[in-house]
Ligand binder design. Structure first.
Ligand SMILES: [Zn+2]
Length: 847
């Protein structure tokens, strides 16, 4: 240890308001630097820390380093929503760089127990991934990456040579380019020539929604598991391509804190992560301790943050044989800021991240063989443990919705989980899994631990507090049929062909020429996309409010309530054009559309029944900006925009007093926007005139406050403690919360909010302790928590008592619909999305 220690001793925490540091402030002075490599100042025209780098400047510097040096290559692995490049700068000795593909392949062999014993670890380099700023407004992280890249590309001498000879370093300089661009633009344009450290300054209060999140306002540091965004899809693919041994994740926390490095809270580690991982994390932390001591930076460990939720940048590696390390620097969120601990400067924050990067690299070098052995052992043990585990495989299907099933399988495949078709029918827990449309994931594979974390409900915990959600059972979020298989004989002859890509959902038009009407079921995931597409072509569309059996000798089928019917006559297009549109809708949305010869059904209502109601195309306005809940609003925007092709007009609260709402027929309200009395009146008049309001999560409190609906909230349980001590006050309070758990609800399948569901039991996600009494009108509570509702995750018994039998969603008079919990959580709750879409498309017909 100590080889790279920074000799600049105990530079003071604070810097005067106008002084700008030079690169010497950051870099070790024990080595020399190759002058043919441009310094950041030579490239940008200013020092690091003087301005916040925009993403494009940072990116072009990385390209420049790759251009000028034989040690450095740039690998692009994806593009963000705003088409910004995502990638990593790969740095090693020139010789390693020339052999990089061979070294990578040899390295990957450690993850394959069949061949890993053949590897000579002593001759292999360690792979270290350095990741900066997944939260775009945690700028000291991304800005420090530039110094790391310069240091490793330009540094000269024995120490650097030794490091590069024995390691492959992957610098991911900005994990969230779109958020980084927003935040850097904000702090640069609000900055004064003379730094103003007043915390009340505009510079420190970034405009809504801030730069933390990606383009659709998602926290990318929760998406490593869900993989719903291009940033994470590319990153996880790059992770599996390189399988780094250490994976750092550089963040910022509150301005009044110091510096955090892992280990975090030990009692909250995910039990599926092996103890070796924590031991290595602790050993690596000794290096951070020494390096931060050398520059006099205060720090803390173990008292905050945990690795229970495995979908974060510091925890996903832990359950893949790597060591993920979280760093949290007190965030300036500007250039210089007063804090109770003195002036906090942007350069100071950058230097801390740079310094722990050096300590990580030294730890990686000195612990190289141990880290490589750990990786090998991790995967070997996975197979041994799988052999002993009582569950042999998980089987799943979804007979009525190929697209939802395909999206689920797509996630598994991206995580390198092996999925197979089933070869024979099997019945389990009352569900028949037919060969052909059922799939099986055996546990006897290297991703054994990760598979368990995705499929296994959890009901026992060593702690009652969670930094993030307490459960994430993926088949539940997709509302799939699934069962564990525990008997060896169940596995006999079951496994068929391995999938190499998600199954094609299909989608076809099955119709005679010139049919009387077209019909399609609502239970396919992309049916709403097809409906909107057709409505957008000005077609007259209707929804059936009852089941019926159709049989014209050619087509014979039971259609469910929620079926969409498009009569051939009375449309603004010719019969031929109509057929073309139907063909296109079926193909592009992957759904089945049927043509019917007659309007007469065999059983139940006929196609001309007045219980088949004409639908208006949804025209959606959503309250956005200050007061709105950006993650709720972002999830809605993302879903409607990227999956269903439905435009959302986003209007800020301040404009509601004068906004012309007549263009819209749906208003979505999240959070607690501050709308003027004139704006509230405007909404009220519009609602009385026929507009539908969807109150979403906390938006329902706004509806109650403004007398749009009478909602009776059940008081919070308060942790259930009758007695306690001051020291435990925060923990006691948190134990009364619901950190994100999965509950069971019961559906009234005849209600328009439940159209498209084929089973009357639905798992839902709940991350607040809100509970709402049922509406007194018994028909207004179509989705209710069951009497024994907890399916997976943590919930105190007091909260279970509060929640059981209450409403998940209710409707009020005047087309006002309340969704009390999140139907679109992290874009991965495909199973409950339809409730939201039903409110959007069918809210207008609920009486
Ligand atoms: Zn962060």
């Amino acid at each position: 240890m100590k080889k790279f220690l920074i000799p600049a001793l105990l530079l003071t925490f604070s810097l005067s308001a106008n002084s700008q540091v030079t690169i010497d402030y950051y870099l070790p002075k024990t080595i020399t630097y190759n002058t043919s490599v441009p310094t950041p100042k030579q490239f940008f025209g200013h020092e690091i820390g003087e301005w916040h780098l925009t993403h494009d400047k940072l990116y072009f510097y990385m390209l420049e380093l790759a251009e000028v040096s034989g040690r450095t290559i740039w690998e692009e692995y994806g593009r963000s929503y705003e088409n910004r490049p995502l990638g990593q700068l790969i740095i090693s000795s020139p010789e390693n760089i020339r052999n990089i593909e061979k070294l990578r392949q040899d390295h990957l062999s450690l993850c394959d127990p069949a061949v890993s014993d053949k590897a000579d670890i002593s001759k292999m380099p360690v792979f270290i991934k350095l990741g900066y700023g997944v939260h775009g407004n945690e700028s000291s992280a991304q800005n420090s990456s530039v110094l790391v890249a310069y240091y490793l590309t330009a540094g000269e001498g024995k120490e650097i040579d030794e490091l590069l000879k024995n390691s492959i370093i992957l610098i991911d300089p900005a994990l969230n380019p779109d958020g980084m661009q927003r935040h850097s633009t904000w702090v640069n344009f609000t900055r004064s020539l003379n730094n103003n450290p007043d915390p009340a300054s505009w510079e420190f209060s970034e405009t809504w929604p801030g730069g933390r999140t990606n383009h659709y306002w998602f926290d990318l540091n929760r998406d490593y598991l869900m993989l719903q965004h291009p940033e994470s899809r590319g990153r996880v693919s790059a992770f599996h391509k390189w399988k780094p041994n250490i994976n750092t994740d550089h963040h910022e926390t509150g301005a009044n804190e110091t510096f955090f490095f892992q280990p975090g809270i030990q009692s909250r580690n995910n039990p599926l992560t092996p103890p070796d991982n924590q031991a290595l994390t602790a050993e690596i932390s000794k290096y951070h301790e020494e390096y931060l001591n050398s520059i006099g930076s205060l720090y803390f460990t173990e008292e905050s943050f945990d690795d229970f939720y495995i979908g974060k940048g510091s925890s996903y590696p832990d359950i893949h044989g790597s060591v993920g390390i979280l760093f949290e620097q007190a965030g300036v969120k500007g250039h210089l800021r007063e804090t109770p601990g003195g002036l906090l400067s942007f350069p100071f924050a950058i230097r801390n991240h740079f310094t722990v990067t050096l300590s990580t690299l030294e730890a990686g070098l000195e612990m190289k063989n141990k880290l490589l052995e750990n990786q090998k052992k991790f995967y070997k043990e996975a197979l041994v443990q799988a052999d002993k585990h009582q569950v042999k495989a998980y089987i799943f299907n979804e007979p009525s919705d190929n697209a939802r099933l395909a999206e689920f399988i797509n996630i598994l495949l991206q995580h390198r989980i092996k999925v197979f078709r089933t070869e024979r029918d099997i019945a389990k827990n009352g569900i028949v899994y037919n060969a052909g449309n059922s799939y099986v994931v055996p546990l006897n594979q290297t991703e054994y631990r990760f598979i368990r974390s995705l499929f296994e409900p959890v009901n026992e915990f060593t702690d009652s507090i969670f930094y993030d959600t307490s459960t994430w059972v993926l088949p539940m979020s997709f509302n799939l049929n699934y069962s564990p298989l525990t008997l060896p004989k169940e596995m006999e002859g079951l496994t068929g062909a391995e999938l190499t890509s998600p199954p094609d959902p299909g989608g076809k038009l099955d119709s005679p020429e010139n049919p009387f009407a077209y019909l399609f079921e609502w239970y396919e995931y992309y049916s709403p996309k097809a409906l909107y597409f057709l409505q957008n072509k000005e077609l007259i569309t209707r929804v059936s409010t009852e089941n019926f059996i159709y049989d014209d000798g050619n087509l014979k089928k039971t259609f469910s309530a929620g079926t969409i019917i498009i009569p051939a006559s009375g449309q603004p297009v010719t019969g031929k054009e109509l057929a073309g549109l139907m063909e296109k809708a079926a193909g592009e949305c992957g759904i089945s559309i049927f043509g019917a010869r007659t309007g007469m059904t065999r059983e139940g209502i006929d196609l001309g029944s007045n219980r088949i109601i004409v639908l208006q195309k949804p025209s959606v306005v959503m309250i956005t900006g200050d007061g709105a809940n950006s993650s709720d609003a972002g999830e809605i925007w993302h879903m409607l925009d990227t999956r269903f092709g439905i435009p959302v007009t986003m209007i800020t609260a301040a404009r509601f007093g004068t906004a012309d709402l007549d263009r819209y027929n749906i208003l979505i309200i999240t959070g607690s926007p501050d709308i003027s009395p004139a704006g509230v009146e405007n909404i009220r008049v519009w609602n009385r005139g026929g507009g539908t309001i969807i109150g979403y999560e906390s938006g329902n409190s706004w509806l109650t406050r403004n007398k749009f609906a009478e909602i009776e909230f059940i008081p919070e349980a308060g942790g259930g403690k009758k007695d306690g001590i001051y020291l435990n006050r925060t923990a006691d309070r948190q134990a009364g919360q619901i950190p994100g758990s999965i509950f069971e609800t019961k559906l009234d399948l005849t209600h328009p909010l439940c159209y498209g569901y084929t089973r009357d039991i639905l798992p839902v996600f709940k991350s607040t302790a809100t509970a709402v009494k049922k509406d007194l009108n018994i028909y207004n509570n179509p989705i209710q928590y069951t009497a024994d509702p907890l399916l997976s995750g943590f919930c105190s018994s007091e909260n279970i008592d509060r929640i059981k039998g209450t409403s998940f969603a209710s409707v009020h008079g005047n087309r006002i619909i309340s969704l009390y919990d999140n139907t679109n959580f992290r874009a991965v709750w495909y199973g409950t999305n339809k409730v939201f879409l039903n409110a959007l498309f069918f809210g207008q017909i609920i009486r």
